[in-house]
Design a protein around this ligand. Structure first.
Ligand SMILES: [Zn+2]
Ligand SMILES: [Zn+2]
Length: 453
């Protein structure tokens, strides 16, 4: 396909579905998802889409009681009326977790001659359908019912196994359908969560830039520009999103799906997830361990963004000539190990094994410090340009009715400080938390944030 970088940047998310192009960053980017349809009345075009993509005539709809009422029933009736053999797997209540029980339930309902799975819902239903369709070697499509998170076009599903969340690498949906008249009716907290998950891209994109300099991680200007463009549109329409206006709702859905497209292009979640997601995962883990039902993903992530932004403010306000990176002493590593055991409980051994190798010696740290200081004159304005997309994230969160501080989602002072110190251990991805730790700034930052909590 003859697609240039300039034309990619002009494309809408619908026009990015199914493309493949050789990028200026040196990689060939592919979008596995073949079709995206976001429009009023899109629900009644699913039949045509199944024919267009040749997905078969025996489809099982996976939904929960609320998504079935919102869209599943109408879709099942429409498809059946047009000749599709429709089977149902409907959870009797709203489904909050993709766990072993939920997966088996869908497998019990799955007839052996089924040709296609249709997920009708948002996060959890999509995760369940993606897992089952992958294992059953069937294609699946998603009919989105809420603009609540960016996982629609994701290729992975977080599944709760033995009470612990594990993300499985699976496949992209063949298509995503969003009927705006359905999505606009979603409960208000879903819009708030979607905006929170999008505002997280500000810190995620900054973290990616940092990693490209300090760790020389692959960075793609085209994907970052696509994400920034989507973010800019959403930031200037937050009030209309809250009011459920059609075009604003479409902008939010496009941004959320685009995040998934960006992940497909680069092959990991780097463009969409950084320190704010790691902090949110840490809190979520504590909530699971305590047996509490947690907030929507985007709500937790959104509440973490302002804290990470404060760390960026501190970093950008510092004089790079004062940047020092010192190798950790044996005593400091022992303290770290004790903290990981205290905070991660049964997961501590795994966390320690995964992260111990990340402590760098003085030579390795000097190389990283030199990269940071050497690139600082061009890195700083690039970071500032991303941060300028939303100068007041807390105001935007409040405008959309989302919690704007960790305490508003039940995070204690100690849980905030621990998350800042130890959320970087959640996964081995370089973020501003690692950089602050290497620069010796993290501990005092965690204390300051806890004191202000
Ligand atoms: Zn690229
Ligand atoms: Zn997210």
């Amino acid at each position: 396909m003859d697609i240039t970088v300039e034309t990619v940047l002009k494309r809408t998310p619908e026009q990015l579905a199914g493309i493949s192009f050789h990028c200026a960053c040196g990689q060939t980017h592919r979008v596995e998802m073949r079709k995206l349809m976001l429009a009023e009345g899109a629900l009644y075009k699913v039949h045509e889409l199944l024919r267009e993509l040749n997905l078969g005539g025996k489809a099982m709809i996976v939904a929960d009681s609320s998504s079935f009422a919102a869209a599943g029933k109408a879709l099942a009736d429409d498809l059946a009326g047009k000749g599709t053999d429709v089977r149902l797997s409907v959870f009797p209540e709203e489904q909050w977790y993709a766990d072993e029980k939920a997966l088996v339930r869908v497998l019990i309902d799955l007839e052996p001659d089924t040709e296609l799975i249709i997920a009708v819902g948002s996060g959890t239903i999509n995760d369940i359908a993606r897992f089952v369709s992958y294992k059953a070697k069937l294609p699946y499509i998603v009919v989105a019912t809420a603009p609540s998170m960016d996982g629609y076009a994701s290729t992975g599903s977080p599944i709760l196994v033995n009470g612990f969340k594990k993300t499985y690498s699976l496949a992209s949906p063949a298509a995503i359908v969003g009927d705006l008249s359905v999505i606009r009716q979603a409960p208000r907290d879903r819009q708030a969560a979607g905006v929170g998950d999008m505002l997280a891209k500000i810190t995620a994109l900054c973290d990616w830039l940092l990693a490209s300099v300090v760790e020389e991680e692959h960075y793609c200007e085209v994907i970052a520009a696509l994400m920034s463009k989507a973010l800019t549109g959403i930031v200037s329409h937050v009030q209309s999103i809250r009011d459920g206006e059609e075009q604003a709702t479409k902008l939010l859905m496009e941004g959320l799906v685009l995040s998934g497209i960006a992940m497909q292009m680069i092959g990991n979640s780097r463009p969409a997830s950084g320190a704010e997601h790691h902090i949110s995962h840490y809190w979520e883990m504590l909530h699971f361990a305590a047996g509490h039902r947690t907030e929507l993903h985007g709500i937790k992530v959104g509440a973490a963004v302002p804290i990470v932004l404060k760390l960026y403010d501190a970093l950008l306000g510092a004089d790079p000539d004062t940047f020092r990176m010192k190798e950790k002493t044996a005593a400091q590593i022992a303290d770290w190990e004790r903290d990981v055991r205290r905070c991660y409980g049964p997961l501590a051994d795994e966390m320690i094994a995964m992260n111990r190798g990340l402590f760098l010696n003085q030579t390795e740290l000097d190389i990283r410090r030199d990269r940071l200081v050497g690139h600082w004159p061009e890195l700083k304005p690039k970071l500032q340009a991303i941060l300028a997309i939303a100068p007041d994230v807390q105001a935007l969160l409040r405008q959309v009715g989302a919690p704007a501080e960790p305490k508003e989602i039940g995070v204690s002072r100690e849980q905030l400080a621990d998350a800042l110190r130890l959320a970087k251990e959640v996964r081995s991805r370089y973020t501003v938390l690692q950089l602050a730790d290497q620069l010796g700034l993290l501990e005092s930052f965690a204390e300051d944030m806890a004191a202000a909590h």
